[in-house]
Design a protein around this ligand. Structure first.
Ligand code: ARG
Length: 462
């Protein structure tokens, strides 16, 4: 009875049902089946090549594994909780199908290096998928930047009007964030791209295995150089979740802006009906639920980051069962970041930017005050003094209920004799933007250069 477990030999009693349910991971690790089978096929081929099993045995194992893969793909395989995890489920099915030779597959291997291998293969594929979604979002942001490179908008600090920019310039800020996210993923992929197999339980094996062959078969760039580390390392998972957490931070900040901008108070954008939802009681409502949900979903990923770090921090080398807890955190992170990116790009691509309203709203709030101070500073007034003069001027205009541009030259002169007629042009909102023609700035030529650099970067990622 106890022998029905692949490890049942030394047990006199079967596992309590409660324990079986508690420690089984098949309900969630079954999504690793493709990678588990790919790893087993490479391992079987290596065992055959090294003469550890015969060539014929290796061929039969490979054939059996391929058939299991096709059957799982076709939904014809039911996994068992009693077989614990995806690794033992597949080994059990294999042995049922190919007979005794199935029991040779696990020679010179442990589930400890097997699971580490599976997650690495899974994560390599999923990292690529997330990167592709990021590229789609980056494309949309760059298109929006190009379309709105001259659409004037208020720039904010402390959510108070600060200095005028353009909507295109604002979109380019997000382009930079998501570009870094893409590069961060590419960087952590380098450390994921190493073969742990051959570490076995912790101390490699007495068999003459060929780890490089397996690495080449599976397309790894190299092998983990220490067997204890090979089965204990989950840094690559933490790095990925960290990269995903930053993607969610960036999506969440943009979500917050989408929510604000689509409000009646701002009115900068109108979301497409297909990307908004209504209220069951208030007939007028059109809510930015997608942005809100993405903002809300970010918390899950931050939780997974902290959860995984905490799970790892007290573990002695090498494998500990605690590490089984890496999976749901990772899988949910992958799902969350993918579905957020998937819906976000078309939401942005379909929204309408209300250019004239945005321009109109940029005018209030003394957004040209820095320019007025710069006007004086450019004419020899020390900037700190110019700042104080304009501060007093703002107070005066505010009490009067008008903007700086509405004051007469006489009024300007009451605060400084340096003002001339040309101050009006200087503090015109379009001119405030145009005057900031500095690399990285909002003026049209600077934004055009940033778009060009973005295009070059995107083209290089294909
Ligand atoms: N299901 C396990 C996990 O996800 C596989 C490794 C189990 N190894 C062991 N010695 N119990 O971590």
């Amino acid at each position: 009875m106890t022998d029905s477990k692949l490890w049942g030999g030394r047990f006199a009693k079967s596992t309590d049902k409660l324990v079986e349910d508690f420690h089984s991971s098949i309900s969630f690790d079954q999504i690793l089946y493709k990678y588990d089978i790919a790893g087993s096929i490479a391992h079987a081929a290596m065992l055959g090549r090294q003469g550890i099993i015969s060539a014929d045995e290796a061929a039969r194992l490979t054939q059996g594994l391929k058939e299991i893969l096709a059957d799982i793909d076709a939904g014809k395989v039911a996994f068992e909780v009693g077989a614990e995890d995806i690794h033992m489920n597949i080994e059990k099915i294999l042995t049922e199908r190919v007979g005794e030779v199935g029991k040779k597959l696990h020679t010179a291997r442990s589930r400890n290096d097997q699971v580490a291998l599976d997650i690495r293969l899974y994560l390599m594929a999923e990292t690529d998928a997330v990167q592709q979604l990021l590229l789609k979002l980056l494309r949309v942001l760059l298109d929006l930047a190009a379309e709105h490179k001259a659409s004037v908008m208020a720039g904010y600090t402390h959510l108070q009007k600060a200095q005028p920019i353009t909507f295109g310039h604002h979109m380019l800020a997000y382009f930079q964030m998501f570009r870094r996210d893409y590069e961060r993923l590419a960087d952590c992929k380098k450390r994921t791209n190493l073969l742990p197999l051959g570490s076995c339980a912790l101390a490699t094996t007495t068999f003459p295995i060929d780890r490089q062959f397996v690495a080449d078969e599976l397309g790894f760039a190299g092998i983990c150089e220490n067997s204890l580390d090979g089965v204990s390392d989950r840094d690559f998972i933490v790095e990925f979740i960290n990269a995903a957490a930053l993607i969610m931070v960036h999506l969440s900040r943009l979500s917050e802006e989408i929510v604000l901008w689509s409000s009646n108070e701002f009115g900068y954008i109108t979301l497409d009906d297909g990307y908004s939802t209504g209220s069951s009681i208030m007939p007028q409502k059109k809510n930015p639920d997608v942005a809100e949900l993405v903002r809300g979903n970010s918390g899950r990923v931050f939780g997974h980051l902290l959860g995984t770090l905490t799970m790892l921090k007290g573990l002695p080398l090498a494998y500990n069962k605690d590490m089984q807890e890496d999976k749901e955190a990772l899988f949910d992170t992958v799902d969350t970041v993918k579905k957020s990116l998937l819906v976000f790009a078309p939401m942005l691509a379909t929204m309408r930017v209300n250019v004239s309203k945005m321009h109109e709203r940029a005018k209030g709030g003394f957004i040209n005050a820095t320019d007025a101070a710069d006007y004086l500073a450019a004419r020899g007034v020390p900037f700190r003094e110019a700042h104080a003069v304009i501060g007093r001027l703002v107070k005066y205009a505010e009490d009067k209920g008008v903007g700086l541009e509405d004051l007469s030259l006489d009024e300007f002169h009451r605060f400084s004799p340096v003002f001339g007629e040309d101050v009006y042009d200087y503090i015109k909102i379009e001119n405030c933007v145009a005057a900031r023609n500095i690399p990285g700035g909002p003026a049209l030529p600077a934004v055009a250069a940033a778009i060009k650099s973005g295009e070059n970067w995107l083209a290089a990622q294909k």
